[in-house]
Ligand binder design. Sequence first.
Ligand code: EPU
Length: 419
Amino acid sequence: MKKFVIQGGIPLKGEVEISGSKNACLPIMASTLLVQGETILHNVPLLRDIETMINLLKVIGAKIKRENHTLVINTRTIDNTEIPYDLVSTMRASILVMGPLLARAGAVKISRPGGCAIGSRPIDEHLKGLKSLGVFIKEQHGYIQARVNDLVGKEIYLNEKSVTATENLLMAATMAKGETKIINSASEPHIQDLKKFLVSMGTDIKEQNDITVVNGAKKLHPVEYTISRDYIEADTFMIACAITKGDIFLKQGNWFDSQAEITKLQETGIEIKKTPDGIRVKASNNLKPSCIKTAPYPGFPTDSQPQLTSLLSITPGRSIITETMYENRFTHIPELQRMGADIKIEAGSPGNRNAIINGVDHLSGAKVMCSDIRGGASLVLAGLAAHGETEISRIYHIDRGYEKIEEKLKKLGANIRRI
Ligand code: EPU
C-alpha cells in the first residue's frame, strides 16, 4: 500500500496551480445523462473519484474518452439504470445519478449508500424531494428502486442544506413539467458551477437568497464546458503555506469562493492578497488563535476544517473548532495527537462537537494514518510542519480528492515522497 514520507520543516515557496473542482465535476458529469449527445468537459481533475464516476457512467451506457484534463462523454444511448453496490460503496456521490436518470429514463435502481468514515450521512432529503416531484420509491435488499412517468415541478423544502440533495433535485427538475422551487437549497461554489452548466445546456434556473427555482425544459442540448477551480484545494494550499511559514502564489485561486476561509486565516495573522490572476499568501511568525464553526456556504466549510486544525495545533494560545456537519469529522485529531498536538474533543450543543486546541511549540514526525480525504490532507500539512519524518499510510483517501498533491508540494520545495 502506498504511503507518503515527509521530512518536515521546509517553508513552501513558489507558485501552485489549482485543479478543477472534484465536487463540481462529479454532478456535472452525472448531468451529462440529461442530454443525448457528446458533452466535452475541460479542466477535469485527475482523481480517483472522477475515475469512479467515469466507470459509473460507462455502466449506464455512456461512451467516454479522456485526454489529460478533458473528457468527452457520449450519452447518445443509455442501456442500464441499475447502479451496483460496488460503485456506491466506493463513492457515495454515485447517488448523484439518481436525479438525471429519473429525468432521462424514468427509472433507477441504486444501492443505498451505507455509513461513512466522517458520519452517518443520510439521504432522506434526496428521497423526500424526489417523491415530491412524483417519484415512486421502494427499498429492498439494500437497493433503492425509483420510477416515475412524468416528473412534475413542486415546492420542496430541504430540512438540511444538503449539497448533493440540492444537486440531485436540481438535475431532476431540469426536465420536470412546470416550476420546481427548492427552498433552503445549498449554494456552495460547486453548486453554482453545476447551475452554470445546466443553464448552458438550456435550463431556466433563477435564485433568490436560498431559494432555487427551475423551470423544466422539454429538451436540453450538449455543450462544451470548463470546470471551475477547486476552492477546497486552494484552502489546503493556503494553510500549507501558513503552517510551513512559506510564501506562495495560487495561480487561478478564486478569492470569492474561499472568502470565509481567507477572512479567518487573515484573522490569525496570515497575509493573503487578491491579484488579477490568483491569490498571494504569506505566512506570519506571529499567529493568533482562532474559533471557527463549520457551516454550509458561505460559512466556514467542513471540508477545510481538518486542515485548519493542523495549523491551529501549532498556533500559540487556545483555539476552538466546532464541527456542526458531521459527527465523526475529527478522525485526524487522534493522529495529530500522536504528533504531539494538544487537542481535546468535547461534546458541544446537540449535533456539535468541539475540538479545544492548545497550541504547542511544534509537532514531531510520526507514523500516522488517513481515514478520509480532508483528514488525510490535514496530516500532510502537519507532516510538512513537523520536526523530523512523518509517514502517512492509506493515502488512497487523499488521492480521491487531491490531484498529484505530492508533485505540487515538491514544486513548492517540500520534501515529500510517495513510496
Ligand atoms: N443531511 C441530512 N439528510 C440528507 C442529506 C444531508 O440530514 O438527506 C445532513 C448531513 O448529515 C450533514 C449535512 O446535511 O450533516 C450536510 O450534508 P450534505 O448532504 O451537504 O453532504 P453531501 O452532499 O453528502 C457534499 C460533499 C462533501 C462535503 C459536504 C458538505 C460532494 C460530492 N460531497 O457531501 O465533500 O463535505 O457536501 O459540504 O459534493 C469531500 O469532498 O471530502 C466531501 C466529503
